[in-house]
Design a protein around this ligand. Structure first.
Ligand SMILES: Nc1ncnc2c1ncn2[C@@H]1O[C@H](COP(=O)(O)OP(=O)(O)OP(=O)(O)O)[C@@H](O)[C@H]1O
Length: 348
């Protein structure tokens, strides 16, 4: 656990970047620091590994003040990932990843074997090991940055806007990859971002900071969205806070119809889903039975109501197609069913 105990950072020019910050980042969880530009996120993060020293207050790592640990020792137990990966341009990928093991005096063979293992772990082709950073895409470089931070298996990972410099599609896959890795590794992660969607997706807990380095609220994402502490937090969460809340509402309680999906014999309805080899092929209407119309799917029980609703909006029938993990149709959520679930969500 990382604990901020009344931590203040005053820069020499008098700027108060962080103001009496109290915060806990529990072991094995992702704690996200989010807030507008200049609110002290990076300063807070860097005080954990003493790249910046606090002016007042204490930061504790499992109860031990970091101020009492010499920086090299401290950093051995703390991986650090930054925007644009910060790789050494003249070192091959494998050697970039093995940076910390080399510093720790591991023999070259063991360090490289560990680097190769990590390369695969972060979803990269081992064939990239011999390349130089400039021969990789931005997203691949970020993955290497994550692999490098994990190389000596540190219990703590600090991540400073690690995915901000890549396009939205790559960012989404990096976020998914981080969540997958974390489900295996259970690191204590402190993650800085200015993107509220990223914070809500990744954080077990999200700390919202306001300019001046004051904590506005810390809560689980779901609570943050349903109970923002004040107008600043409400505004920061954006006008589509209600829509975002839907991503925490599960779909496993939705009642599905199977008679609209050729599964149990088609009902006499305006729309019918054509299923081929168990998979959706398209909707057909009574008026135009030969024309396949578009459809949207959600994975029943895994995806949230937000995805289910999106799936319904993509279908002219207004119904969302529920599939299993293999993409096979399990039924259809009609507009009435979705309406009912939304009404219940609004109550809760
Ligand atoms: N070395 C420094 N000297 C003086 N002021 C600084 C220094 N570093 C940062 N600051 C100021 O401290 C405040 C917090 O900066 P910090 O970089 O921690 O914010 P941030 O929330 O990470 O911002 P961003 O999202 O823009 O990166 C800002 O007002 C910044 O200008």
């Amino acid at each position: 656990m990382i604990t901020f105990d009344a931590v203040t950072k005053r820069y020499p020019d008098g700027t108060v970047a962080v103001d009496r910050l109290d915060l806990e980042a529990p072991t094995g969880e992702i704690t996200v620091l989010v807030g507008p530009s200049g609110c002290g996120k990076t300063t807070s993060l860097r005080m954990i590994n003493r790249m910046i020293d606090a002016s007042e207050g204490r930061i504790l790592l499992d109860g031990t003040p970091v101020q009492g640990i010499d920086p090299p020792t401290l950093r051995r137990g703390i991986g650090y990932v930054i925007q644009q990966a910060g790789l050494f341009p003249h070192r091959k990928i494998v050697d970039n990843i093995a940076t910390v093991p080399y510093l720790l005096g591991w023999d070259k063979k063991k360090a490289r074997a560990r680097a190769m293992e990590l390369l695969e772990r972060v979803g990269l082709d081992p064939a990239l090991a011999g390349r130089y950073p400039f021969q990789l895409s931005g997203g691949q470089q970020q993955r290497v940055g994550v692999a490098r931070a994990l190389a000596a298996d540190p219990p703590v990972l600090l991540m400073d806007e690690p995915f901000s410099a890549v396009d939205p599609i790559v960012r989404t896959s990096l976020q998914d990859e981080l969540l997958r890795l974390q489900s295996e590794l259970n690191k204590t992660i402190v993650f800085v971002t200015h993107d509220i969607d990223e914070a809500i997706k990744l954080g077990d807990r999200v700390a919202v900071l306001r300019v001046g380095g004051k904590l506005a609220q810390i809560a689980a994402p779901k609570t943050l969205l349903s109970e923002p502490a004040d107008d600043f937090v409400r505004e920061f969460l954006g006008h589509d806070r209600g829509i975002r809340r839907l991503q925490f509402i599960p779909t496993d309680g939705l009642r599905l119809r199977t008679d609209l999906a050729d599964l149990t014999g088609a009902a006499d309805e305006p729309w019918r889903l054509v299923v081929e080899d168990g998979r959706p092929a398209g909707w057909v209407s009574r008026e135009r039975p030969d024309e396949l119309e578009p459809y949207g799917t959600f994975v029943y029980g895994r995806d949230s109501m937000r995805t289910a609703l999106d799936a319904a909006l993509l279908s002219p029938s207004g119904c969302a197609v529920a599939v299993d993990e293999q993409g096979k149709v399990v039924g259809v959520a009609t507009r009435e069913t979705l309406d009912q679930a939304l009404a219940e969500a609004a109550d809760g």
